[in-house]
Design a protein around this ligand. Structure first.
Ligand SMILES: [Zn+2]
Length: 339
């Protein structure tokens, strides 16, 4: 079984590469791999008093992950092109509910069969500062997803939690989107204001994603997507990752796995299942649904899906393949891959 999660903030919680394999947070590689082959989008995320402080912290997280891959090449693989997904496809190395030996021995690292595929995402354009040139450098360093902003307006665009500084994308933001998409970096609208969303939708030349956002029709939080936005993402052949944060799942703030399923069902009824996946937000949120402790419990969501009216093929799509299929065109079409 292949599982992909499109958003995790563990890099902002740890100090050393080895902590990626075992820790007390929501996500570690051992627990992730306990349910199957795992592909994780790692977020570079930081809060800070100003752009340069945020940028510095995000760069440090990028360095930590790059160092981790160098130290543990059999356990971690940074995915930079569609081709890098290939060793992970069609693997059935572990089935739901069966925890491999490695999980029992906390000191033992992952076996090569459990190698975690890593995609790098920046949660905010602060990481590029004011220079388009830096996008190229970040692409070379492995960045493949750019979430335009977090909870503050930045140089590129307005956040849904911001002050409407630019009324959407800034002029610099337009050039950032173009350069990023030309290179083969996926644009992510989670956290973006509605105006930013529509500005992007108008100019995008590639499918784009909402890596960790739910449906506003079910839970009215502003971080969630309207029906119209969901339909635009689908029309652009994009991807939506379901966020496990209870405040984004329902209006009561206490959630269960069934609330996650409601958002999946809703998007499926609106545009079909092939645009849906997970963007769990592990270690980016202070609470999770009552019946989920961390990444090790993703099998419970999968089991719930299998009990419902979804075919095995559709469930495989939701838990991993949809992202890979949808993003193929983005990751294949980078300038660096053409020459
Ligand atoms: Zn976020």
């Amino acid at each position: 079984m292949l599982i992909l999660d499109a958003h995790c903030d563990i890099l902002s919680k740890i100090k050393a590469p080895q902590e990626l394999f075992s820790n007390n947070h929501h996500w570690d590689a051992k627990r992730a791999s306990s349910n199957g082959r795992f592909l994780q989008v790692f977020s570079l995320f930081a809060e800070g008093p100003n752009e340069s402080d945020i940028k510095g912290k995000m760069r440090a997280q990028l360095n930590l992950l790059t160092r981790a891959e160098k130290m543990y090449p059999r356990q971690l693989k940074i995915i930079k092109s569609y081709k890098d997904f290939e060793p992970f496809l069609d693997c059935e190395s572990a089935s739901v509910g069966v925890k491999p030996e490695a999980y029992i021995d906390a000191e033992k690292l992952l076996t090569p069969e459990e190698q975690v595929g890593c995609l790098i995402e920046a949660e905010g354009a602060e990481i590029i500062g004011d220079s388009l040139h830096e996008i190229d450098q970040l692409y070379d360093a492995g960045l493949r997803i750019l979430t335009l902003c977090w909870n503050n307006d930045n140089r590129v665009c307005d956040s849904i939690a911001g002050q409407n500084t630019h009324n959407g994308l800034s002029p610099f933001g337009y050039s950032v989107v173009k350069r990023a998409q030309d290179l083969g970096i996926i644009i992510d609208v989670s956290h973006a204001s509605d105006e930013t969303f529509y500005d992007l939708a108008e100019i995008t030349q590639k499918p784009f994603i909402a890596s960790h956002s739910n449906c506003r029709a079910i839970c009215s939080h502003r971080r969630n997507l309207t029906d119209e936005q969901i339909m635009i993402i689908a029309k652009n052949r994009g991807f939506i990752g379901i966020n496990l944060y209870p405040d984004f799942l329902n209006n009561s703030g206490n959630a269960y796995i069934l609330d996650i399923i409601k958002h999946i069902d809703y998007i499926a009824s609106l545009v079909g299942v092939s645009f849906i996946g997970f963007g769990c937000d592990f270690d980016g949120v202070d609470k999770l649904p009552e019946d989920i402790k961390g990444v090790e419990d993703m099998d419970k969501i999968i089991e719930e899906l299998l009990k419902l009216n979804y075919t095995e093929e559709q469930v495989k799509g939701i838990i991993g393949y949809n992202f890979i299929t949808r993003m193929k065109v983005c990751l294949e079409s980078g300038l660096n891959n053409q020459g």
